[in-house]
Write a protein that binds this ligand. Structure first.
Ligand SMILES: NC(=O)c1ccc[n+]([C@@H]2O[C@H](COP(=O)([O-])OP(=O)(O)OC[C@H]3O[C@@H](n4cnc5c(N)ncnc54)[C@H](OP(=O)(O)O)[C@@H]3O)[C@@H](O)[C@H]2O)c1
Length: 121
């Protein structure tokens, strides 16, 4: 049984436009998964989707969503309602370094939204 048969035909990867998420997306495409790729930068995401689709013969759908939004999970669910998603790689995130007391509370809140809230929904 292939990974695609075990999990379902479509994998959703957040933070797929760079770094670890892009590597996950490339690996899943090589295993035959169709993809939904989530990040904010639509151009960068679109380029990754086109590249993976061309290299692996899979369908790759870019979905530009800011996971800071409290309704991000609902937005993604609505946009992917027709997709048979069997695997989710909830990878998007970032870290703020330095003295937390000196960091903008709005930025800290955004980090919690992306790194924690968005991953639990
Ligand atoms: N690299 C490491 O050594 C390391 C170590 C420990 C943990 N991690 C964790 O592993 C994950 C990936 O790390 P990485 O090094 O691959 O990071 P990265 O290269 O900076 O990639 C982060 C990805 O997340 C997306 N992203 C960031 N903020 C977002 C938001 N508000 N909404 C939607 N997408 C967002 C970025 O795209 P856009 O900017 O276009 O949105 C990008 O695709 C992160 O959660 C990081 O904290 C990394």
């Amino acid at each position: 049984m292939t990974d695609r048969q075990r999990h379902g035909p479509v994998a959703l990867v957040t933070g797929a436009s760079s770094g670890i998420g892009q590597a996950f997306a490339a690996d899943l495409a090589a295993r035959g998964f169709d993809l939904v790729l989530v990040a904010r930068d639509a151009d960068r995401l679109g380029a990754v989707a086109v590249d993976l689709a061309a290299r692996h013969g899979v369908r790759a759908v870019p979905l530009a969503v800011d996971l800071v939004r409290p309704d991000a999970a609902d937005v993604i669910a609505a946009a992917t309602a027709q997709e048979d998603i069997g695997l989710v790689v909830s990878n998007a995130g970032f870290s703020l370094k330095g003295d937390h007391a000196a960091i903008d509370p709005v930025e800290l809140s955004a980090m919690l939204m992306v790194n924690s809230h968005a991953r639990c929904n």
